[in-house]
Design a protein around this ligand. Structure first.
Ligand code: RM4
Ligand code: MN
Ligand code: MN
Length: 424
């Protein structure tokens, strides 16, 4: 199904008067409302191809119906999101969960929906049918060099797909590590992984980036070979200028100060991008901003400060992506909520009075510093986010319109109740 321009027009007309009033009230109080709206309209957040179906845990999975059964249908779904919010203009593929049979046709289909291809992701954390060597004891860290070569070859193949699709980054997340003390020699595991990454790095086309994603635990529970930002940064520094650290918000030990990590990675010019989600306990992959929206704001506060300090382009110089899973909500509604939460946090961060904050920090005015941050955080910026959508031709209230148009019902009619998307 498609969402037509006049669906959006009708919906917006209905809400226009109320929206305009709210926007006028807010704009009157803000010195930089116009600038913020423009930046918001520019800011796109990629959607992962593996987050369009229902997620599950190791205890079960409760399918929601109308899930995309093919890559074409996944692109259709991201197209729906993008039509609703004009903020999700890219899709990120996980290979081999989503292998395009014809890269030319897939690229053309995506273009029809106004979509680009974000970073491509390799998978050496699962064995695929017919695969020669198992990743049970790791991939790039493995003691057997045949396993390592297989994992390297897979990554190089993923790059090839990405190149054909017009993507320009490879994200490597490794589940390598150990479950028990004594299982691994940490140094050997690191060295082998580094050598593998070096071979993959050497295969990067020009203009490409490599994102090294870290994760503290799961599926290995004693050690992870790329376990934290320090290890990721070590790899990235040793690999070279095309290699960067990728921060997935759910991949830290409890209470980690992610905003400080972000600030220092930016300082070192080694922050590559983000996987946004939220969590209470571990890698919960919950809707962005659903548990700890203040942390999300603090992260964006550092992002804006650090990117501006380096003259970076907010929209283009880092990779922005959602990496979430939806066990109990409609995946498309959930993704709309996540995108909205990201934009809200970004808008709030743009409102922080940097000069005043700097002055307060330099004079040790702790209370004032907090006031300045919270003044921005407590501003209801939703009219700005909605206005950015309106100006881009999207819906003022994307979830409302999704429901008004019975999108899920139509997808079920088209695809059936019992389809199953590939992914976790
Ligand atoms: C991992 C990590 C990766 C994602 C897989 C599916 O926990 O977040 O980014 O590719 O899950
Ligand atoms: Mn991730
Ligand atoms: Mn994860």
């Amino acid at each position: 199904m498609r969402i037509e321009k006049d669906h959006i027009q009708k919906h917006n007309d209905k809400l226009a008067a109320k929206h305009r009033k709210k926007l006028a009230n807010l704009s009157a109080e803000l010195p930089n409302a116009k600038k913020v709206i423009n930046k918001l309209a520019d800011f796109q957040i990629a959607i992962p191809s593996w987050a369009l179906g229902t997620g599950g845990t190791r205890f079960g999975r409760f399918s929601g119906g109308g899930e995309p059964g093919s890559l074409e249908e996944k692109i259709e779904d991201v197209g729906l999101l993008h039509a609703l919010n004009q903020s999700s203009g890219a899709i990120s593929l996980h290979i081999p969960w989503d292998i395009p049979t014809s890269t030319r046709k897939i690229k053309a289909l995506a273009a029809e929906h106004g979509l680009l291809f974000d970073a491509v992701n390799s998978n050496t954390f699962q064995d695929q049918p017919g695969q020669k060597y198992s990743y049970k004891y790791g991939s790039l860290q493995h003691a057997n060099n045949k396993v390592r070569s297989q994992a390297i070859d897979h990554n190089i193949e993923v790059i090839k797909y990405g190149k054909a699709l017009g993507s320009n980054a490879l994200t490597v997340w490794l589940s390598d590590g150990s479950c028990f003390p004594g299982q691994l020699n940490f140094r050997k595991a690191f060295q082998r992984t580094l050598e593998g990454l070096q071979e993959i790095y050497a295969a990067l086309p020009s203009g490409w980036k490599m994102f090294v994603e870290y994760k503290a635990f799961e599926p290995n529970f004693y050690s992870m070979t790329v376990g934290d930002w320090g290890q990721s940064l070590l790899y990235a520094n040793k690999l070279g200028p095309k290699a960067y650290t990728l921060v997935d918000l759910g991949h830290h030990l409890p209470n980690a100060n992610i905003e400080q990590i972000v600030s220092l990675l930016l300082m070192e010019q080694k922050l590559g991008g983000f996987h946004f989600n939220d969590s209470k306990y571990g890698d919960d992959d919950l809707t962005v901003g659903s548990i700890n929206p203040y942390q999300l704001f603090l992260i964006f506060n550092e992002l804006v400060e650090g990117m501006d300090a380096r003259g970076m382009n907010h929209a283009r110089d880092l990779g922005w992506m959602i990496d979430a899973s939806h066990n109990v909500k409609d995946p498309l509604e959930d993704l709309l909520q996540s995108v909205e939460a990201i934009k809200i946090a970004y808008a709030q961060a743009l409102l922080v009075d940097r000069r005043e904050l700097n002055r307060a920090q330099e004079s040790n005015d702790v209370a004032k510093s907090q006031e300045i941050l919270q003044q921005a955080y407590r501003t209801d910026v939703r009219p700005l986010v909605a206005e950015a959508r309106l100006r881009s031709g999207a819906a003022l209230q994307p979830i409302e319109l999704f429901r008004e148009l019975s999108v899920r019902k139509q997808l079920i009619a088209q695809r059936g109740e019992k389809t199953k998307a590939t992914g976790l």
